[in-house]
Design a protein around this ligand. Structure first.
Ligand SMILES: Nc1nc2c(c(=O)[nH]1)N[C@H]1C(S)=C(S)[C@@H](COP(=O)(O)OP(=O)(O)OC[C@H]3O[C@@H](n4cnc5c(N)ncnc54)[C@H](O)[C@@H]3O)O[C@H]1N2
Ligand code: MOO
Length: 422
């Protein structure tokens, strides 16, 4: 197997793109976009149940030790090892019973206590023996093997010490975070206010899906795609109707969007055609454009700027290009503004299942399918044939994007590539 090392390029950009060609490498575009924005500062205190999917506003330290007290890990009997003198088997009277939720008891000398999982270990007990490992004879138990000290006892603080880091700021609150907070008794959580994201698709040809088309018109695929991508609890979407390629109408819509949103996603109108008005309109509104022309394919016309304090991401109109630029660049910037600690797609390494050719100069995100693991456990991925930035049908067949480094001309089966699972 040939091991290409796409992660180690002389160029600082991880994708290997060369800025000399006048195109901005993806990493630089992200860095320049990040420099334009600041993170949201407004914090809301929410009941834990209402905080699901929101972004934690500050580090949370454990307000208690977990477990809260020594408790039984098994249904069985609590005993004192020093009561098992001489050679076994040993017989002990069962002096009582402790359930989960019961107050801690004391273990009488020379006796065992019936104990159930989660119940507080009685004072004086130093082991719990599982009921499968004793013989119960009326009010007595017989034990043939000496338990280990501390056996089946979950110690106070062994999971988390009092004051230990529980969750970091910037974490999206999912199921495991909810369990940790609830288990530590946290009833209200500080979260960052929702990020307001406006979606504004442009194109005189666009018609809402479900309505009839005139000749030459097409259904708007980008709005639904972005709405689905933004369907997250930390985001409030602000939907604008598709706007014709008309500078006045675009100016009006963008002005309204910038008054309401932290981030404005537009699609279309960022290339060089006569009806590509987006950049001019942003400037007319007093906005600033920081990045145009990225060294990526698809997505070269992606534009990043600012208008009236809102971050503007001008995604290309071609739907696959809009999808790829949102996933590779847009969500990193939006996530940063929203306060997320970890932003951007999770990348994995995979081996190509078939060779491919690539035109050097721009890194390429190519729709692909993950084939599973080979005999050595290496993930296998295969690029879909004939990628094109208009091919929404093909995109729906993909479950990953393969990141082909800028300078590669030909890659062969077995070469390692970075993969963005979708
Ligand atoms: N002379 C050049 N022409 C083009 C270049 C170039 O460098 N020189 N770049 C091409 C690339 S790459 C892309 S990507 C597109 C981007 O153009 P725009 O962002 O201005 O997008 P439009 O021209 O408005 O639309 C492009 C294409 O996508 C279709 N589209 C647009 N919006 C939607 C939507 N919401 N749902 C479905 N399809 C949509 C639109 O009908 C066009 O077919 O420019 C190339 N041209
Ligand atoms: O690069 Mo364009 O963004 O779709 O082909």
């Amino acid at each position: 197997m040939t091991l290409h090392q796409p992660l180690h390029h002389p160029d600082p950009a991880a994708c290997g793109c060369d800025s000399a060609a006048g195109l901005v490498p993806v990493d630089q575009a992200i860095a320049r976009g990040l420099a334009l924005v600041s993170r949201l500062q407004v914090v809301e205190m929410l009941p834990l149940g209402a905080a699901t999917g929101r972004v934690l506003a500050q580090d949370i330290a454990a307000p208690v030790a977990l477990p809260l007290f020594d408790n039984a890990a098994m249904d069985g009997y609590a005993l004192r090892l020093s009561d098992l003198t001489g050679q076994g088997p040993w017989c002990l009277p069962v002096a009582g019973r402790i359930c989960a939720g019961g107050a801690p008891a004391a273990l009488p000398k020379g006796a065992a206590l019936r104990i159930l999982t989660g119940a507080p270990v009685p004072l004086g007990a130093d082991a719990v023996i599982a009921q499968e490992n004793v013989t119960r004879l009326g009010d007595m138990i017989s034990i043939s093997a000496r338990p280990q000290g501390g056996q089946h006892i979950r110690r106070c603080g062994e999971d988390l010490a009092l004051g230990a880091p529980l969750l970091p700021a910037g974490r999206i609150l999912g199921a495991k975070e909810a369990a940790a907070l609830a288990g530590a008794g946290v009833g209200h959580v500080p979260v960052i206010r929702r990020l307001r994201v406006a979606i504004l698709c442009s194109g005189s040809e666009l018609v809402e899906p479900g309505t009839p088309l005139a000749l030459g018109q097409i259904w708007d695929a980008n709005h639904a795609m972005l709405a689905a991508a933004l369907d997250q609890r930390w985001i409030t979407r602000i939907a604008f109707p598709a706007c014709a390629d008309n500078p006045e109408a675009l100016c009006d819509a963008l002005a309204r969007a910038s008054a309401q949103a932290d981030v404005i996603l537009t699609t279309g109108g960022v290339s060089v055609g006569d009806e590509d008005h987006m950049a001019r309109v942003i400037r007319r509104l007093g906005g600033r454009i920081e990045v145009m022309n990225l060294a990526m394919k698809p997505g070269k016309p992606l534009s990043i700027g600012q208008v009236n304090g809102a971050l503007w991401l001008g995604l290309p109109g071609n739907p696959v290009a809009a999808f790829v630029t949102w996933h590779s660049v847009g969500q990193v910037l939006a996530g940063h503004v929203a306060g997320l600690a970890e932003t951007g797609p999770v990348k994995r390494l995979a081996a190509l299942g078939a060779s491919l050719r690539h035109k050097p100069g721009r890194c390429e995100y190519r729709p692909a399918r993950i084939l599973g693991h080979d005999a050595r456990g290496v993930l296998q991925v295969i690029c879909l044939e004939g990628a094109g930035s208009h091919r929404i049908g093909q995109l729906a067949q993909a479950d990953a994007l393969v990141l082909i480094p800028s300078d590669e001309e030909e890659m062969t089966r077995g070469d390692l590539v970075e993969v963005l699972p979708l």
